[in-house]
Design a protein around this ligand. Structure first.
Ligand code: ADP
Ligand code: MG
Length: 624
């Protein structure tokens, strides 16, 4: 890598540290004060040791006896210095630790909060493994240099103090210092520049390794059933091998530079002894001064390394910070409006699409984004059920996402009770509409928690009512601990149909005024599916039914709808009752019949609610 880029890394790294200091100025001040105290005490100790040798030991050797008073004084001074040094180390360590972990916690929170604020379109473009490493190792990496930073700042102050005290002692010895300290500094800089590309590469590979790991665990089912264990392991091993090589190259560089950094101060001590001996013979300095300076060079060697630690961590910090900032600066947030849509008595809502056009953002910016929906106009009148029917890829799920405002149209409007959904507050939108998605998501928690999601006003009575509507009360009552049963990660202890009904009950528990079902009961027995929809249209408690937009395939289900909207290639091709469309639209009749045949074939091999979690998991992979 060109040195210009590496110099850039040091500059940018220092700016990242500047940001950290601005965020935690007080703690940083505590840590640096501790560090400076330590540095000054190191210099002081050198002069006390020099004094002891020059004023106590040398006269004692000459006289053959020790002056007790002077010795006691020296001991007291050394003790005092040691105490202050301990205080300094304590302040520095405590401050640096606080600062580092606080920054980590703050940025972890900011990053994860941001994930939830960013629109679905952003999540489509970013792999889950990357998000995990952004919130974990990238945040950690960004703030790694914070740990040695106060030490390094204190050391810089100490070096200046050392040079000043050298000049006060003797100009010749000061020159030795002026040669050695900058050389040490320069060596540290060269070290970190060499380190920069290696650390950046290692950090990138860490993210890739975690990405691959995440994908294979996530897809464990597919990997196992397709017999891809060996290939997945090989794919992981290749990246893990790259990471190993990158880390070894980091280690090799350390192996070369660490001994040099260790040796340079010793050479400095040697030079001090040679120059000092000459100056001593010339009568320019005393024994006390010579010993002090020689000792100073010895004790300085270690703290100077702290500067190297900071510089060496900078590239990794910059790489981590860049990835964290990419999340924090990501745009495309969907701001909510100010209109609240909460009628005093809950009544079904009216959903309307007016000439909606929509295209997903292309995976890479330079590619054209294909239009997915065009001129989509339809209404779900209050309390009515509208079925959305069409072949795979027609745009049904996209329409469902628009209806609950997971995405916004490129042009045209989606309205609820006549209000553009973009005008609605987040709370109003959440209490008005509920989407039950094609693939059910179940949290690793109890059945109850999965349904209430901590929303207020949903007690056990409401939970059971929702479960009854979703035809899920039977199997939940039969679970070993009822509502308190843990369902396992992603609901692995449930069948596909059970998971779908649980997520349906979750949507119903919030008493939405518009329910959007995106093929949400496909793994449920067809008769049960029809019973669920019939129950939703005419609630047993006599309450007002919600308006329903349902993506469906089964004849029995579609036949329950007040109106059917038939979509092909992102356009509404026909609309009317099921019977009308069967008679007048050839494509529609073909689709419904084809689906029925496919389902009959599948039914010969299994019945819906006896699907084991293994096969039901697989089934959701098969998009239809
Ligand atoms: N996240 C996405 N990014 C890009 N294209 C997408 C995305 N989701 C769906 N599409 C495309 O949009 C079209 C409609 O998809 P979708 O609404 O899922 O259809 P359906 O639910 O009717 O099967 C398809 O061509 C599909 O490939
Ligand atoms: Mg779909």
């Amino acid at each position: 890598m060109a040195s210009g880029t590496s110099r850039d890394v040091v500059g940018r790294g220092l700016r990242v540290l500047g940001r950290a200091i601005r965020e935690q100025p007080r703690i940083f001040a505590v840590a640096v004060t501790g560090s400076v105290l330590f540095g000054l005490m190191v210099i002081a100790s050198a002069y006390v040791v020099g004094g002891v040798v020059g004023k106590v030991v040398v006269p004692a050797v000459a006289r053959g006896s020790v002056a007790d008073g002077a010795l006691a004084l020296a001991a007291a001074a050394l003790f005092g210095i040691s105490v202050l040094r301990v205080v300094g180390i304590f302040g520095r360590r405590l401050g640096a630790g606080y600062m580092q972990y606080r920054l980590q916690a703050t940025y972890r929170r900011r990053v994860t909060r941001r994930y939830l604020d960013l629109p679905l379109a952003w999540h489509h473009r970013n792999a889950t493994g990357t998000l995990l490493s952004n919130a974990n190792s990238d945040v950690e990496a960004a703030w790694y240099p914070i740990a040695p930073l106060p030490f390094a700042v204190g050391t810089l102050v100490m070096l200046v103090g050392a040079v000043v005290s050298l000049f006060l002692t003797d100009w010749a010895l000061a020159l030795v210092g002026l040669a050695v300290f900058p050389a040490l500094f320069a060596l540290n800089v060269v070290y970190s520049r060499r380190m920069a590309p290696r650390q950046a590469r290692a950090q990138r590979l860490r993210a890739e390794v975690s990405g691959i790991a995440h994908e294979s665990f996530d897809g464990a089912l597919v990997v196992k059933t397709m017999g891809r264990e060996a290939q997945e392991t090989a794919r992981f091993a290749a990246r893990a091998g790259d990471l190993r090589d990158a880390l070894i190259s980091v280690g090799r560089l350390r192996g070369v530079f660490d001994p040099m950094l260790e040796t340079l101060p010793s050479l400095g001590t040697l030079a001090v002894l040679v120059v000092g001996a000459i100056r001593l013979r010339q009568g320019a300095i005393t024994v006390t001064e010579l010993v002090s300076v020689a000792f100073l060079f010895t004790v300085l060697a270690f703290p100077v390394r702290a500067i190297g630690w900071v510089l060496a961590e900078l590239p990794r910090s910059v790489a981590g910070w860049d990835r964290v900032r990419r999340v924090l600066d990501a745009t495309g947030e969907m701001p909510y409006g100010e209109v609240a849509l909460d009628p005093a008595t809950p009544a079904p809502a009216t959903l309307a699409f007016h000439d909606v056009h929509f295209g997903y953002e292309p995976a890479e910016a330079h590619l054209p984004g294909a239009q997915v929906l065009g001129e989509v106009t339809f209404t779900v009148p209050a309390g009515k059920t509208v079925a959305l029917v069409g072949p795979t890829g027609a745009g049904k799920s996209t329409i469902a996402s628009l209806a609950v405002r997971l995405v916004d149209p490129d042009s045209g409007t989606v309205t609820l009770d006549g209000v553009d959904v973009r005008e609605l507050t987040a709370a109003s939108l959440a209490s008005t509409v509920a989407l039950v998605a094609q693939v059910p998501f179940v949290f690793d928690d109890t059945v109850r928690a999965n349904i209430t999601l901590d929303r207020p006003g949903i007690g056990d009575e409401e939970v059971w009512a929702a479960l009854r509507l979703a035809e899920a009360d039977g199997f939940v009552a039969a679970l070993p601990e009822g509502l308190d049963t843990m369902v396992g990660e992603r609901g692995t202890s449930l069948s596909g149909g059970q998971r779908q009904r649980l997520t349906l009950a979750r949507a119903l528990a919030g008493r939405p005024r518009l329910l959007v079902l995106d093929d949400a009961t496909s793994a449920v027995d067809p008769r049960v599916e029809a019973a669920i929809l019939a129950g939703l249209r005419a609630p047993a408690d006599g309450g007002a039914p919600a308006s329903i937009l349902v993506v469906a395939y089964r004849r029995a289900t579609i036949a329950l709808a007040d109106e059917v909207i038939y979509v092909e290639h992102g356009r509404v091709v026909a609309r009317g009752t099921h019977t009308d469309l069967l008679a007048t639209v050839p494509g529609y009749a073909d689709l419904v019949t084809a689906y029925e045949q496919a389902e009959q074939e599948r039914e010969q091999t299994r019945t819906y609610d006896e699907v084991t979690p293994l096969t039901s998991g697989l089934e959701v992979e098969v998009d239809r």
